[in-house]
Design a protein around this ligand. Structure first.
Ligand SMILES: [Zn+2]
Length: 795
């Protein structure tokens, strides 16, 4: 609840491309929904004229500039009054952020005062809902302002958002040290009459909040709490420094150009000064050199420099790890990993190692055969005089590159794919897929004046065939100067049930704010979307409000007919991000703390990684992939060729991720507390034990592993979610009668996983969707972790 957002947003491991917010949540079951009560979603009804019109509009707003200009004319009309950013009525001008924060703060304070005064059983019964609302109020400002300050192009608005963010953040820190709230929550949890009256969702949230309080050291003695705060602050300082200072010990290598034979001569020429080449040892030129330089000794020299980090940063890392281990010890945990994993699906470092070991065993034959293939290539390489019978670490990229080149020359040109993936077509595909599987559609909505932060932003309503309006998505998908290039999914507002007494409070607020709000409901939601939930006795819910950020290239000259065409990788990215959005859309819980993506962080990538499988499925491509000019359908075997190229070294890539995950675990054990701790030796040991190619002595790559700070003992998560997603893909979707577009498979995934957000234990979700009868998965624990490892991560 009262937890500061992470300093850096969560980043998916595979490719820095997927960034989105994360929050912690926990395990327990939720009884919010029951799959037996719901009818299967209806099959696509594109014959319905309104639906097919909306479907066509969806494509056009993204693909046709003239159409978009007409469609969005109203939002930019100078005579119209702003409704406020995201329809938040406070945010019609920069000063509105202050107003928004102070009104919210007053609401928070009323709740705190009320809760601190509780002393009857009846009063304690509402504490889970009260504290959840408190958390929602904080997030309403913090999440929204965090997004605005990083995305809005107007500096005044950025500054106002930053100010409001800081104000709420400071208040949140005060609450975190308010022992009274913690005492009241503990008192409520100790009353059986109270807990018996709670829904499972309420119980789950109460437990999450209690645990979060415990994590912020509220139970420690004053001296220890002081030490805890100091350690936390120190970690918060060193961590970003470590990430910012990831430089090599030797930044440049001076080489005669003759040594770089094989490398792109244009690049070599650019790097040449006074007859010799100054090659930067990290970044694009270095990786190009490792892939293409023919002389093995030169590659070795580059490899060594590329993987040897600056000593100062290694010291910073060791300092960080040491402080983390101390922090864990101070709060009564065996190690930092134990502390970080207690609320994850994995639960313990032993279980993570069990998973990684099983996955490594599954991956071993693949990586061995890949290495064998590379060794054969090396043996046939007349130029190779450097240990011809062994593959060296500095040979891998070079021979992999050669292999890829020869595969490319054998396939038809896969680059023609983009013509079939105009952005509008892909959005249409996502909407059609969601409609087939879950009965929900993306419907273009005309944004109101002042509602968006840029005229490029498309606003979509998510419409459920049975429940009506269920979510709002703002799509800011085109590149723009000053905009972050990282694709991301942001939850601006979470799902939550609005209680009747809030409407009473809102009515008073409406009267006090003189005409700012048209109704009590509007005052209760600040103006953002709300709707009655048919699944919950027509109670009023605030709707999940999501922003998707990408940086797709705008076709040259806005007047051209050509739409934005996506590469296949970009299609996969969009599917991935929409997987996160889907979790927010379907995870419509009554309490905010467990809504949508607010689940255990090692479960959060499951819906998004699963969506990547859909991106290349022929039956999904058949739903939408058409040539932008000729309307000809795509020959889906071309996508299969492309996937084949992308996965040619999958075994070796998986091994690379395994090594990182293993190193992350080892570093976050209590090893850093032992007197002679040497992170380089540990790094060499882990590679020595698990790498299929020996790492040469002398390297110290750990100084470049910036994710050690952001992930801290949870780097395995991405591999873990990939293994689960792969299994669900194979066993649930592929095996269904209609394959990837089978509504019964969609219903199963929605009811067992998506619908619960973080309100149900991840293991119960997995066991439910896979129909596991052994009971082992539902139980979780080390054995279940081993089972997931055995599933492997083959695509
Ligand atoms: Zn992701």
């Amino acid at each position: 609840m009262l937890k500061p957002p992470p300093i850096r947003p969560w980043t998916c491991a595979r490719c820095i491309r997927h960034e989105h917010r994360r929050r912690l949540a926990t395990a327990a079951t939720s009884a919010t929904t029951s799959s037996s009560t719901s009818a299967p979603p209806p099959l696509a009804s594109h014959r319905d004229p309104q639906t097919s019109h909306q479907d066509a509009t969806l494509r056009q707003i993204f693909d046709s500039q003239p159409f978009w200009k007409d469609f969005s004319a109203r939002q930019t009309h100078p005579s119209r009054k702003s409704v406020g950013l995201f329809q938040n009525r406070y945010l019609t001008r920069p000063e509105g952020f202050e107003h928004f924060a102070s009104i919210t703060l007053a609401k928070c304070k009323r709740i705190v005062t009320k809760v601190l005064a509780y002393n009857t059983t009846e009063q304690y019964k509402s504490i889970a809902k009260d504290l959840d609302r408190l958390s929602d109020l904080l997030c309403r400002v913090i999440d929204l302002c965090d997004f605005v300050r990083s995305t809005h192009p107007d500096r005044n608005i950025q500054a106002a958002a930053t100010q409001a963010y800081a104000q709420m953040f400071e208040y949140m820190n005060v609450l975190n040290t308010t022992t009274g709230l913690n005492d009241q929550l503990k008192a409520a949890l100790a009353l059986p009459e109270v807990t018996a009256s709670w829904s499972e969702e309420e119980l789950t949230v109460a437990n999450i909040l209690a645990r979060d309080f415990a994590k912020s050291a509220i139970d420690l003695s004053d001296t220890d709490r002081q030490a805890f705060v100091e350690l936390s602050n120190e970690i918060a300082e060193i961590g970003p420094e470590f990430v910012d200072q990831m430089v090599p010990q030797t930044p440049l290598l001076k080489l005669p150009s003759s040594k770089l034979k094989g490398m792109d001569p244009l690049v070599v020429r650019q790097l040449t000064r006074w007859g010799s080449v100054s090659l930067p040892t990290i970044g694009m030129p270095a990786s190009l050199a490792l892939r293409t330089v023919e002389d093995a000794d030169t590659r070795r020299e580059i490899y060594m420099a590329n993987r040897t980090s600056a000593k100062a940063n290694i010291e910073r890392l060791e300092h960080l790890l040491h402080r983390r281990a101390e922090l864990a010890r101070l709060s009564g945990h065996d190690s930092f990993a134990h502390m970080a994993l207690s609320d994850k699906m994995a639960k313990s470092p032993e279980a993570v190692v069990k998973f990684l070991d099983a996955l490594a065993a599954d991956n071993a034959p693949r990586v061995q055969s890949e290495m064998q293939e590379l060794l054969e290539m090396k043996k046939c390489d007349a130029r190779s005089g450097n240990f011809p019978d062994n593959l060296n670490a500095w040979d891998r990229d070079y021979y992999q590159h050669q292999l890829l080149q020869s595969m490319r020359s054998r396939t038809r040109t896969p680059d023609v794919l983009s013509a079939y993936f105009s952005l509008g077509t892909v959005m249409q595909g996502l909407s059609r897929l969601f409609h087939r599987l879950y009965g929900i559609r993306l419907v273009p909505k005309e944004a109101a004046p002042g509602e968006t932060w840029n005229n490029d932003v498309r606003c979509l309503d998510v419409i459920d065939d049975r429940e009506g309006h269920v979510a709002v998505i703002y799509c800011d998908l085109f590149e723009r100067a000053g905009k972050s290039p990282n694709p991301a999914h942001f939850t601006l507002r979470c799902s939550r049930r609005i209680l009747p007494d809030e409407l009473e409070e809102a009515e008073a607020l409406r009267n006090a704010t003189g005409g700012l709000f048209e109704s009590a409901q509007e005052a209760a939601t600040d103006g953002l979307a709300a709707n009655k939930s048919r699944r919950d006795n027509d109670e009023l819910y605030q709707l999940p409000t999501i922003a998707l950020i990408c940086d797709f290239a705008i076709p040259a000259g806005n007047a051209t007919k050509r739409p934005a065409l996506l590469t296949f990788r970009e299609v996969q990215t969009l599917f991935h991000e929409m997987g996160h959005a889907l979790h927010s859309i379907c995870g419509r819980t009554a309490l905010q703390n467990v809504s949508g993506t607010r689940c255990a962080t090692d479960f959060a990538e499951l819906p998004s990684v699963l969506m990547e499988h859909f991106a290349s499925a022929p039956e999904v491509l058949d739903l939408y992939a058409r040539h932008w000019e000729t309307d000809k359908p795509l020959d889906t075997s071309r996508v299969a060729e492309r996937v084949n190229l992308d996965t040619y070294s999958q075994g070796s890539e998986t091994e690379a991720q395994l090594l990182l995950a293993m190193l992350d675990q080892t570093y976050h054990s209590n090893l850093p507390l032992s007197p002679g701790f040497d992170s380089t030796r540990t790094y060499q040991d882990v590679w020595g034990k698990y790498s299929s190619l020996p790492e040469p002595a002398g390297t110290s790559w750990q100084g470049f592993f910036g994710h050690l700070f952001g992930y801290g003992a949870t780097y395995y998560s991405y591999l873990f979610d990939r293994a689960i997603a792969g299994k669900i893909w194979k066993d649930v979707f592929k095996r269904s009668e209609l394959g990837a577009v089978d509504p019964s498979a969609g219903e199963r995934f929605r009811d067992e996983v998506l619908r619960h957000g973080g309100g149900r234990d991840g293991w119960k979700c997995v066991a439910g969707v896979l129909r596991d009868e052994s009971g082992k998965l539902a139980e979780g624990g080390e054995e279940a972790m081993g089972m997931v490892g055995q599933w492997g991560v083959k695509d």
